[in-house]
Design a protein around this ligand. Structure first.
Ligand code: CP
Ligand code: NVA
Length: 307
């Protein structure tokens, strides 16, 4: 694919459709051991303000496999936790690192960091988007169906970060997306508009509060936790509101018979998804988690100019 050397990756919409597909091709080549070997030693920083298992470990493994190293910049052991301004941290870390992945709350903070950084900045999850997750998701869908264009993905749950990136990713990939959320939890209108603009005549963006309508005939059912990081205090009160959107066997039966089930993880079994569906034959959740490694290896190699 065309190198993305030096670019940021703050939103899925930072990629063109061709670049997105090129990234998935590179991820497939990485997975099959066919990519050119990285030749120079690079340092990736992980500046995370929130917990992470998959993103932290898959990024660490990926840079290691590219013969680079990771520095885990847990905010509690840096001056970030003592209030050092984002713009100062960005300029200083740019002098030590080759690339940085940031997990934080506000997209605006990530964007401020990127404005002052002299190295590529990757969104490792904000309250607004989770673009790295969707690279792995689309890779998993393509591995299952052999293509992306023309498929329909139904997302059920909270219309926040993961739903936002799915909206952009499906639009770029030529897929129809239906997002079903309780009233008051719909995706932001700005993202919906962006997805509609990025999509083609063949794709549809459907926002609904009807879970059955969303899943009928869909090829992919996708869910995420009902209370995201930072919303822990609302976790119990959200359960009755979100209960009709649970991905259970009854809902799965209304999808396409070949439909696959995805979840970005971590999951709350018995809330947004049942144990039976997670462990069932249509689940591709563990392949999806594995693909975080391959997709992010492709992303790192591309942004670092190694591919
Ligand atoms: N899906 C995901 O981003 O998982 P982590 O929060 O464990 O990184
Ligand atoms: N929406 C979830 C995703 C976790 C990967 C959160 O932000 O906590």
């Amino acid at each position: 694919m065309q190198s993305l050397q030096g670019r940021d990756f703050l939103s899925l919409a930072d990629l063109s459709s061709a670049e997105l597909i090129g990234m998935l091709d590179l991820a497939t080549a990485m997975k099959q051991g066919q990519s050119p070997a990285a030749t120079s030693f690079k340092t990736l920083g992980l500046l995370f303000h929130k917990a992470s298992t998959r993103t932290r470990v898959s990024f660490s493994a990926a840079i290691g496999q590219l013969r680079g190293q990771v520095l885990d910049l847990n905010t509690s052991v840096t001056q970030v936790s003592r209030g050092e301004p984002t713009r100062d941290t960005a300029r200083v870390l740019s002098r030590y690192l080759d690339i940085i992945a940031i997990r934080t709350y506000a997209q605006a903070e990530l964007e401020e960091f990127a404005r002052y950084a002299e190295i590529p900045v990757i969104n490792a999850l904000t309250d607004w988007e989770h673009p790295c997750q969707i690279l792995a998701d689309l890779l998993t869908v393509r591995e299952t169906f052999g293509q992306l264009s023309g498929l329909t993905l139904a997302y059920l749950g909270d219309g926040n970060n993961v739903a936002h990136s799915l909206l952009l990713g499906c639009a770029l990939a030529g897929m129809t997306i239906r997002v079903a959320t309780p009233a008051g939890y719909a995706p932001d209108a700005v993202i919906v508009q962006q997805a509609q603009t990025l999509g083609s005549d063949r794709t549809q963006v459907v926002i609904t509060d009807d879970p059955q309508a969303a899943v009928t005939g869909a090829h992919v059912l996708y869910t995420d936790v009902w209370a995201s990081m930072g919303q822990e205090a609302q976790a119990d009160s959200r359960i009755p509101t979100f209960q009709p959107y649970q991905v259970n066997q009854i809902l799965v039966a209304q999808a396409n018979p070949d439909a696959i089930i995805l979840h970005c993880l971590p999951a709350h079994r018995g809330e947004e998804i049942t144990d039976e569906v997670m462990e069932g034959p249509q689940s591709r959740i563990w392949d999806q988690a594995e693909n975080r490694l391959h997709a992010q290896k492709a992303l790192l190699a591309s942004l670092l100019g190694l591919s």
